[in-house]
Write a protein of this length. Structure first.
Length: 750
């Protein structure tokens, strides 16, 4: 069986040897011009004019032939190049073109914008106080939270904040635009969303989409940072190609990339809760405020997911969740792995710890007391059911794997013997909804060709960013035809082959594109079966495809032929061996006015335990061990999924502990490279790292081969590290990221 096998990543060897070709590896076409951006040195101001060095071609907002608007929503609040008003440090003001990249970068550095600076508002606390919102509040409510809190035997309140996160993909933003005949401009883009690139280029240049074919073979990482941001990079390159009639490549240096592109949204939290002596949380009133930056970008979806995940896998009878999007004079924050879910699930962790303090119980006892399902209501406050048995199963198995009780005693003994080193143990459980929050994005297309030698060519709307999507989809097609995986050739994602696709995001890549490819392959297989059935004079449903052969599935009937032989026979019989496939996620709906519905096709469940050690003299800390149990349903590829789980956990650990974004008092971002922004390295990963896929847990919904998504959920399992740090240092609260400085501040109450 191909699907479910632990097959290596399709590009593993080429990645390791350097043979894999990324956008910058494409042979440069004749006449290529290199582009470089001129970025704003101030966070807020008025742009009067720009003076470029002599002999340099400079493109500004005045050179845009159609709409100076790159907003994903099309609401016109995000210009490609600033036109008068400057709204954040690092905002693109213009673009220079030169024969070489070095010349372009030097010219951009020498370009002098004439700007009148204005005071910048960068503090989200101040934005919250003045109610400076990018969009109306989103409120999910059930019962009367305020009254239930007042009536509860015990109550508590809290406030904390979580920082943002830089995507720091290995391959920075890049696009190549090549003009063709009749005004066509072909785009090669490192993007998660080729269709949006097509749309934004068309909008900026005033072109029909059919003149903007977009191709992406692979990305060197993305993590959400190439969902909307890649589109404006491609639009800038396309503008250069449109104006000059020559190919243009725009590749952002790391510093420019970090200055001009959005981050994970920082969040502020305010909450009040009522509970009883048993640890049962009776009511919760919480506000989650996202710092959206200067414009909307994808903030509405991030805020929506944060609100729907604020209770995570817990039940609270009376609840009110208010989610806000704050406006600040910073870069517009955007999609990042988890898309608001990681920020949302932090809320209940702070609440659980406060309830534990108020009752004298262990946080784990409070956690178990409030799991949804079982004795508690299994319905999320917005109206969707949770699977309480799976919540409890991943939790129980992870706790057993971690040998929780014995290690709790060992840690207590260690702390008693060490005056300055403190160890801590933390846990976490997760229910993460899978589907796009915007209903129309839950669709996908695929194109499958079978050639007369039995080889297969596959194209689908998903994009490969290192996560192993392509090999999973190829496994699905190979499984349908009963052929070895080597028969299937994976091709570059292209809007010219599969149009109108959704982004590869929200952990839906395998779900959506797997079904689309499956449906295309089944259509071809059905035609092939009819040819074989006619040849052998048997019913089509008696024809089976397996082990690279086609045969009659009847006792004593040994008639069979190779898959390639049947493909050739179909061609002789003039039967089409090409098909498109389409899939749309069923049974999802949402009422944005009532904030109720079933926005997710299913939930992915997981649990984690982390152990840390903290030096209380310096605040430095390490994760010593992590135990993870992740629900992947019936995994399409356990090896790929395990890699996703490990990578996601470490990325989440980085967000929670060491990745700190910093803007100075004038609104200038100061963390613009690896010298000032610390991502986790190999020594930060837990030296004892135990990952297990939940066994015998096929998805109950009609997912592709009963598998479940794995891209985003494991990132949130790193939340156990935050809980372990709080446990180690014995404080009431700890803002994030939990850097050594913040650890010391928490220890000393400053």
């Amino acid at each position: 069986m191909t699907a479910g096998a632990a097959i290596p990543h399709d590009s593993a060897l080429s990645h390791a040897t350097g043979a894999a070709r990324f956008a910058d590896d494409i042979a440069e076409p004749p006449g290529l011009l290199h582009a470089a951006l001129v970025l704003s040195p101030v966070a807020r101001g008025t742009l009067h004019r720009i003076a470029a060095p002599p002999g340099v071609m400079l493109l500004t907002a005045a050179d845009i032939p159609a709409a100076n608007d790159i907003s994903p929503s099309g609401r016109g609040n995000e210009p490609l190049f600033a036109d008068g008003e400057i709204r954040h440090h690092g905002q693109p003001l213009a673009m220079v073109l030169a024969p070489t990249r070095d010349e372009a970068l030097r010219a951009a550095a020498a370009t002098r914008p004439d700007i009148t600076p204005l005071p910048a508002q960068i503090d989200p606390e101040e934005a919250l106080a003045r109610q400076d919102y990018l969009m109306p509040p989103q409120v999910i409510a059930r019962g009367d939270a305020a009254a239930a809190i007042d009536a509860a035997p015990l109550n508590a309140e809290g406030r904390f904040r979580a920082g943002g996160q830089e995507h720091f993909y290995l391959e920075s933003q890049i696009a190549l635009a090549v003009p063709g005949e009749d005004g066509e401009i072909a785009i090669t883009s490192s993007t998660q969303h080729p269709t949006e690139v097509q749309h934004i280029v068309g909008r900026v240049l005033g072109m029909d989409y059919n003149r903007v074919p977009v191709t992406c073979r692979r990305m060197g990482g993305a993590f959400g940072g190439k969902e909307s941001n890649a589109s404006w990079v491609a639009a800038a390159a396309a503008l250069g190609a449109h104006v000059t009639g020559r190919p243009v490549k725009l590749r952002l240096p790391r510093k420019s990339d970090m200055a001009a592109t959005g981050k994970r949204h920082p969040f502020l939290y305010r909450w009040r809760a009522g509970f009883d002596a048993s640890g049962r949380i009776l009511a919760l009133d919480a506000t989650l405020a996202a710092d959206g930056g200067h414009s909307l970008d994808l903030t509405p979806g991030v805020v929506f997911r944060a609100a729907t995940h604020a209770l995570n896998c817990y039940d609270v009878p009376d609840v009110r969740i208010t989610a806000l999007a704050l406006r600040t004079d910073t870069v517009s924050h955007t999609a990042f792995r988890g898309f608001g879910g990681p920020q949302g699930v932090l809320l209940m962790e702070d609440v659980i710890r406060a309830v534990a303090r108020g009752t004298g119980l262990a946080p784990e006892d409070v956690r178990e007391r409030n799991f949804a399902g079982g004795a508690n209501d299994a319905m999320a406050p917005y109206g969707q059911a949770l699977e309480g048995d799976l919540i409890r199963r991943v939790w129980a198995e992870c706790r057993a794997d971690a040998d929780w009780d014995a290690r709790r005693k060992e840690i207590a003994a260690f702390n008693a013997a060490h005056p300055f080193l403190r160890r801590g143990l933390g846990s976490f459980a997760l229910a993460f909804g899978i589907s796009f929050g915007i209903r129309h994005l839950n669709q996908a297309g695929a194109l499958v060709h079978v050639y007369t030698d039995g080889s297969i060519r596959l194209n689908h709307g998903g994009t490969e960013m290192g996560q192993g999507l392509n090999v999973k989809i190829a496994q699905v097609v190979a499984e349908v035809f009963g052929v070895p995986l080597a028969r299937v050739r994976i091709t570059a994602t292209s809007t010219a082959e599969v149009p109108n696709t959704a982004p590869t995001a929200a952990s839906t890549g395998s779900d959506l594109n797997g079904w689309a490819a499956h449906n295309a392959a089944v259509a071809i297989r059905t035609r092939m079966a009819e040819v074989a059935a006619a040849l052998w004079e048997v019913p089509p449903d008696s024809i089976v495809f397996a082990q690279d052969r086609v045969q009659v599935a009847r006792p004593g009937d040994n008639r069979a032929m190779g898959f390639g032989d049947l493909a050739h026979r179909c061609w002789i019989e003039r039967v089409s061996l090409s098909a498109t496939g389409f899939y749309r996620t069923p049974d999802i709906h949402w009422d944005p006015a009532a904030m109720r519905g079933e926005p997710f096709f299913y939930f992915s469940y997981g649990a984690s335990v982390a152990e840390v050690v903290v030096d209380t003299l310096t605040g430095e800390h390490r994760v010593l061990r992590a135990d993870l149990v992740q629900d992947c349903g019936r995994s399409l590829n356990p090896a790929i999924d395990r890699g996703q789980i490990e990578g996601a956990f470490v990325q989440g650990q980085g967000w929670l502990t060491c990745e700190e974004l910093f803007w100075d008092a004038e609104g200038r971002q100061r963390t613009l490279g690896p010298s000032t922004y610390k991502i986790p390295g190999s020594r930060d990963a837990p030296p004892d790292f135990r990952v297990r896929l939940l066994a015998a847990a096929p998805a109950r919904q009609a997912t592709i081969f009963r598998s479940k998504a794995v891209g985003e959920p494991p990132l949130m399992l790193a939340t156990a590290v935050w809980n372990a740090l709080v446990d180690a240092i014995g404080v009431d609260g700890l803002d994030l990221p939990a850097t050594p400085e913040r650890i010391l501040m928490a220890l000393h109450g400053t």
